[in-house]
Design a protein. Structure first.
Length: 103
């Protein structure tokens, strides 16, 4: 039938060398040539070796580039993860959030 879709199996291979990307904010985004662009950043702590207070710096951790379809899948995955977190928090299963603190 012309309207049937054929399900294909997706093979997922675990690769220990895949980077783990942590970010605090996604402060910039755009589109160029139909490609979604998102910049991810994290706050770092910088010691003051003369005994003064710590300072912070915002640095890029990743530059995400993807197709519109991939972006939609990412949005869906993030939405589902947030919903799961919400469910866990409502049952008291998730760990309590810790406030921001510098030493």
């Amino acid at each position: 039938m012309p309207n049937e879709t054929v399900a294909t199996a997706v093979v997922f291979r675990n690769d220990a060398s895949a980077p783990l990307i942590y970010f605090d904010t996604a402060p910039a985004f755009g589109v160029m040539g139909g490609v979604i662009e998102i910049e991810l950043t994290a706050r770092t702590l910088l010691p003051n070796f003369s005994g003064g207070p710590l300072s912070t710096e915002i640095i890029p951790t990743a530059r995400l580039r993807c197709s519109p379809g991939s972006a939609a899948q990412l949005v869906e995955a993030l939405s589902k993860a947030l919903e799961l977190l919400k469910q866990l928090q409502s049952t008291g299963t998730a760990a309590a959030a810790v406030g921001d603190k510098l030493n």
